[in-house]
Ligand binder design. Structure first.
Ligand SMILES: C[S@@+](CC[C@H](N)C(=O)[O-])C[C@H]1O[C@@H](n2cnc3c(N)ncnc32)[C@H](O)[C@@H]1O
Length: 286
């Protein structure tokens, strides 16, 4: 998929993502900001890369406004995403904070950010850079736009053994995936950074030092098994798998997923809850 196809896929997924995933990923994203907030310099210029509907930026703007109320300069938050629809959602959500120039929402591809070198004090990416087709370019761009010593923080899912969300979501898909699709599956590259060591090695290679990695957990509650299936079916990450299946093959996968999730939930009209676990990496620009 080209970058434009991918951003269009995220445009289409934005509404479902916001409704079903963001209450959980948004909790992680806000916690990621709060894990760094105490170390930010006064009036920090903060970048949110792959901001989605703006959850991390929301916490960052509240931080700036609190500094302003305390009599200091607020600093500034720039929320960016390559999906125009996600940026529009972030803008709408953040406008409720009435923060004026303290926040800007802009379309940028995180693999080639349109900002000057060394122009931010802190850069964040919650569940963003880890899924870029060119992840190294994402880490390098984050390093490039940070001033030396600037703070970088990212959230990345742990591997299936340590993250029930990933494991339980994909188990019924993998069980019913036709052999011709299963045989052609590449090993997802992001598995290399599911361990603290793998993540630290890759991020450090892009120009960061003093990396700390910690484990964080929360639950994703989908209102019904069907809502979770719809999200998976639409997801730009999983959908390419389904596009290689015939209609009949896809119907088999859907039945398998719904049966599994209904068992987990205790009924088709019950919420289905997935424990989710991720790593936060916090580092400094060398
Ligand atoms: C899993 S969502 C995370 C959103 C948000 N950070 C959160 O934690 O809720 C991934 C986001 O990455 C964005 N994204 C994917 N590839 C991107 C790229 N190359 N440049 C910028 N944003 C990208 C998508 O549009 C989507 O909003």
């Amino acid at each position: 998929m080209t970058s434009i196809d991918l951003s269009t896929a995220w445009d289409h997924h934005a509404s479902t993502y916001t409704r079903v995933a963001a209450p959980c990923t948004g909790y992680f994203a806000q916690s990621l900001f709060l894990s760094v907030a105490g170390r930010l310099p006064p009036a920090a210029r903060v970048l949110d890369i792959a901001c989605g509907n703006g959850e991390l930026s929301h916490a960052a703007v509240l931080h700036c406004l609190a500094q302003q109320r305390a009599g200091g300069a607020p600093g500034q938050v720039i929320a960016t995403d390559f999906s125009e629809e996600m940026v529009a959602r972030a803008r709408r959500n953040l406008s409720a904070l009435e923060a004026g120039d303290v926040v800007r929402c802009e379309v940028h591809d995180g693999q080639a950010l349109g900002f000057d070198a060394a122009s931010f004090d802190a850069a964040f990416s919650a569940f963003g850079i880890f899924l870029f087709p060119d992840r190294s370019a994402g880490w390098r761009e984050a390093a490039r736009v940070l001033r030396p010593g600037g703070l970088f923080a990212t959230a990345v899912w742990r591997g299936p053994d340590d993250n029930p969300l990933g494991r339980l979501q994909m188990a019924p898909v993998m069980m019913s995936l036709p052999e011709h699709v299963r045989a052609s599956l590449p090993r997802p590259g992001w598995l290399d950074i599911t361990t603290p060591e793998g993540l630290t090695k890759e991020v450090t290679a892009a120009g960061f030092v003093d990396a700390e990695v910690t484990v964080h957990s929360a639950a994703l509650t989908a209102p019904t098994p069907q809502a979770m299936w719809t999200m998976m079916h639409e997801s730009p990450l999983i959908r390419p798998l389904f596009e290689r299946c015939s209609e009949d093959e896809l119907a088999v996968i859907e039945r398998s997923v719904l049966a599994d999730f209904e068992e987990l939930a205790g009924g088709a009209d019950r919420p289905v809850r997935f424990e989710a676990s991720c790593h936060f990496l916090i580092a400094r620009r060398a």
